[in-house]
Write a protein that binds this ligand. Structure first.
Ligand code: ATP
Ligand code: MG
Length: 423
């Protein structure tokens, strides 16, 4: 089944608001197995909106519109849909009553208040449609079935649109789809997107059901494996061999096959599983690593303290980095990173230490130590591993990538030590 989205609102075209509705609905369509070939954004103009609706109806089975359902003059979505389908707008008694109740409650301290004429616009529905309740605002949504097509109208504010979609539209779309779609995520860190794709290009080329879709994220690559089947059991059966094959090929580079897990949650889980505690020492990331770790609820069990040691003095004072090391090799060096990781663990009485020192830029680089040069060290039960990275991007990106690679380094070290493998 093919779906098409129409986002209505001049403010979208002016760049005044970001079209998060389209982003959300595209993802939902993919999850529900609706193919999305086009998205349209159109201003609050009836002629152009009618044209967009006609175009969408000519090539999609389901057309989803967001925005323009409110009471004001520029809210024209309902009229435009009615016009295209050649249907009347009629009063929906239920909506009319709800509007009355809403204003009675809202203005109970002001009995003289009258409901302005344009509010009754929200009680109008396209004849023959289904009205969808809105628990978070006054504008209802609508489902219009017309010949073999469906047109769905949703309010613009995401705080109204998303709960309405989840509660009413998703089950409706699921029912219309005769197949179910089920997917698994394989999340990889430590391999670039092109290398990751090249490693499984034979599988990607041969894919049909399940499909394999790569998503490149900063420092990570995710593969979504999606199968369509008559039921969930059958879909899982189709997905399993593909996930198993990816696990075989990418091995330790995969940090999770669960949609919900993040790199930090996986690291925290590993630390807990092995009864380990962690301390961090950060220079150029200035606390970003600690910030990522505390995204995970329950992290306090394994993470008690982190040090932000930006200056050489702080590195010596809190982490016991040797003056001689700093003088001989510099603050951005493998030796300093190693001493920072070890020093943090010792100072905090933790089994593990994770340290980052680098040149995030845009200033401060030299030919010997250019911007993007970062050393990351992990200390675990007496051994230290230090990696040198040459990261590309602006200051923020260098810092964020450093945090990702740091968490990944410790994750790999724990897995290797626990499996008695050479790291
Ligand atoms: P209202 O009853 O508030 O007028 P509406 O259904 O008529 O709702 P719009 O008037 O088009 O919707 O938009 C109202 C607000 O909803 C916008 O100012 C914006 O904040 C948000 N909004 C609308 N469309 C989108 C979108 N595509 N993505 C994100 N936010 C949106
Ligand atoms: Mg509006």
């Amino acid at each position: 089944m093919i779906a098409e989205l129409i986002s209505v609102g001049t403010e979208l075209l002016l760049g005044n608001i970001v079209n998060t509705n389209a982003c959300y609905l595209s993802r939902k369509c993919a999850e529900l197995g609706y193919a999305l070939y086009h998205e349209i954004t159109v201003g609050d103009n009836e002629a152009r909106l009618c044209e967009a609706i006609n175009t969408a109806l000519s090539r999609a089975d389901v057309v989803i519109l967001t925005g323009g359902l409110g009471p004001t003059e520029d809210d024209i979505t309902k009229q435009a849909v009615a016009k295209v389908l050649n249907k009347n707008l009629v009063t929906d008694e239920d909506s009319r009553r709800k509007i009355e109740e809403y204003f009675k409650f809202r203005y109970q301290d002001n009995p003289k208040h009258t409901i302005s004429e344009n509010n009754w616009k929200q009680a109008l529905k396209i004849e023959g449609c289904t009205v969808v309740g809105n628990n978070n605002g006054t504008a209802p949504g609508y489902i219009v079935e017309h010949n073999s097509k469906v047109i769905i109208l949703l309010p613009g504010p995401p705080s109204e649109m998303i709960p309405m979609f989840e509660a009413s539209i998703k089950p409706y779309l699921q029912k219309r789809q005769n197949k179910i779609f089920f997917s698994n995520m394989v999340k990889i860190c430590g391999i670039g997107e092109s290398k990751a794709e090249a490693d499984i290009i034979d599988l990607i080329k041969a894919q049909s059901n399940p499909t394999i879709a790569p998503y490149a994220k900063d420092g990570e690559v995710h593969f979504r494996i999606t199968a369509s089947a008559d039921n969930e059991e059958e879909a899982k059966r189709l997905i399993k061999p593909v996930v198993d094959e990816l696990v075989k090929r990418f091995g330790i580079n995969i940090y999770t096959t669960s949609e919900e897990e993040t790199l930090e949650s996986v690291l925290v889980k590993l630390l807990k599983q092995h009864g380990l505690t962690l301390a961090t020492a950060e220079s150029c990331t200035g606390g970003l690593l600690a910030g990522r770790l505390v995204n995970v609820s329950g992290v306090s069990e394994v993470f008690g303290e982190g040090f932000v040691t930006y200056s050489n003095e702080a590195k010596m004072k809190y982490l016991n980095v040797k003056e001689e090391t700093l003088r001989q090799f510099g603050a951005v060096s493998s030796q300093t990173a190693g001493e920072m990781a070890q020093g943090a663990a010792r100072a905090a009485g933790a089994n593990a230490g994770l340290a980052i020192t680098g040149i995030a830029g845009p200033d401060g680089g030299t030919s010997a130590k250019p911007v993007g040069l970062v050393y990351i060290a992990a200390y675990l039960n007496g051994s230290v591993a230090v990696n040198e990275y040459h990261l590309k991007g602006n200051r923020q990106k260098v810092r964020e990538l450093s945090v990702i690679y740091a968490m990944d380094l410790l994750r790999r070290m724990i897995l290797s030590q626990m499996n008695n493998q050479q790291f």
